[in-house]
Design a protein around this ligand. Sequence first.
Ligand code: GLA
Length: 710
Amino acid sequence: MYFGVDYYPEHWVFPYAGTAEEPESRWPVDIQLMLDAGVNVVRLGEFAWGLYEPEEGKFNFDWMRRAMDLFNEAGIKVVLGTPTAAPPIWLARKHPEILPIDAHGQIKHEGTRRAYCANSDVYWEYTQKILRALVGALGHHPALIAWQIDNGIGGHNTETSFNEETRRDWHAWLKAKYETVARLNDMLGLSFWSQRVTRFEDVPMPRQTPTVHNPALIVDWMRFSSDTLVAYMRMQAQLLHELTPSIPVTNNLRALWRSFDHFDMAEALDFVSLDSNATINTKSAELACEIDMMRSLKKQGVRTPDGDCGFWVIEQKAGNVNWQDVNSLVRPGVVRLFTHQLISRGACGVLYFLWRQPRIGSEKFYGGVLGHDGSAETRAYREIKQIGHEIKRLAPFLKGTRVVADVCILYSHENDWSLRFTTQPTQHFHYREHIQLFYTALHDKNIPVDFARPTEDLSRYKIVFAPSLSLLACGEADLLRMYVQNGGTLVSTFNTGLVDEHHIAPDSGYPHDLTDVFGLEVREFDPLPPGEQNHLTFRGAFPATHLHPGKLWCDIIEPKGCQVIGVYSKDFYSGKPAMTMNQYGNGRAVYLGTMSDQPFYHDLVTWLRNLCGLHPLLKVPDTIEVSLREKEGQRIFFLLNHQNSPVRLHFYKPMHDFLSGNTFTGSYDMPPHGVLVLDEQPEHRQAAAEHAKTATVHSGQGSAPAIAAG
Ligand code: GLA
């Protein structure tokens, strides 16, 4: 398994390190410290264009080759960045048309990074030139195992630009999609405010205007902008595949933060890598959700450097970040905990950002493995060294294992763009927060979750959650119908099927094309201001542990054959359904007409678990996070204590912990931020049989070990 750091050799030469006589003398010192910590890979060079090519056509890759040679001698492999995230100053001076223009018509100037428009022909041309030169110089270096294309694509709000070349490509994209101007006018609904056009060339880019643009146009614009970034990534990937076919390509993505389709982007890559922020304020369920989103981006065709099937964490923060209001120190043990959390959810490579706090530039107070003084006497170095040794122990057992989920949450970028960038019934609805309510409930009950787009094959999932697919393409609705018909359990919510892929509202009732699947029709919806609540009362077997509110949005539902599970208890729609279930084909479709607080979603998952025969991975105290990586004949459980206090576990079977080498029986106090990596080895199963008589608590799937709360 690859374990490493992001390293900037250019930061560690004279006058910032080394001496005038031996400017690079710090490099071997760093390498030795890396080796001691178990490092076997580094990422280099993702912003180095201006150093590789200080003047147009005058290349100097020698310094990087010397660094790579040293790494190679030490047996440390290299992921090399293509340096296009930071175009050199001379390029922007010579070709200012590469600089991105924003919706106000303002240029984003040169002098930092990401100052390029991905529609610029000139930028494509220069990208190919620097890639060819880079591959010529370093692409066949024995240390090289992967390319990272660009860096943080779309970051710093560069997902869209409004340049003249963007306008040209936008019109070509529209032409390819609609073929005729008449169709474009109809499908985009340009009769509204009579904005019809007679030529494709007259369709505006959605720049700053007196009021909001046509939503159909906005969604198309976001699709087009996403396709632009994916095309730029694909162009680099294709060139690299052609020049170095054996070297896989990746990019550092963030969990669906940016406004491009991350699933499309992942298709252009051989394997997905992510940036992860271990900060003390982040909740474990939110981090876990991000990790599962990223793991789910590429479910097939993964090609990692060592042939493993997961994803990489190419920037796991080694300490504090530098972009919060207050960048507090990360507490001892937290980086280790978050690293194991990433691995537990499928990471098969982890690199820390960054090896050493730079003495120059805008990230000098970012937490590093080493501080400015370069001493290894740091808390972070000790912690990472410990993790390095743990990973060495774990790696052979983890190889080839994967996370398997029976539950899936749907995520649609197009829907997200529609919700964020067009007028909505309420400004207080947040798609991501709504998803998190479902995710947290599943996470807290230790039920593994995949994410998927609505167009994927969902047949393998027992339950599919589809929160707020407000923009739902007709084809997507058909797939959901089929999923239920064939025996699946679909859980949808308010704010579903209000518009189709053309942003046209249905004339056949909401949710469009699915009213028969849910056995209901939403007649009206009532968005509630913050602070206002309705209340829900339940019928039958729904296990309500609290008085659950209805918040933010209340659908007024006319049942048409569905079973009513819960009703509103206030206002003129008091007594009307708020939650329903419908048998359709061989499956069921559950509908939640409102939003509630977190405890409702916990109750919902308890109810669904019984309904669908879902089991938690293990029974443990609520505060312990459990994940499972498995392959034929091997099940490895990760237990993480996210608390600042110890948590007592009871083992009803002896369990072997890979990290400590201990076998646990009876009770064990898991320390604050503690991690256990437990397996089910045959000899332990044997031993477990002896203890079967005393095993009073059994949970999880048939053969899952039983651990119970103290
Ligand atoms: C991203 C970038 C890094 C660094 C961090 C700071 O992850 O890839 O270069 O700037 O952000 O948060």
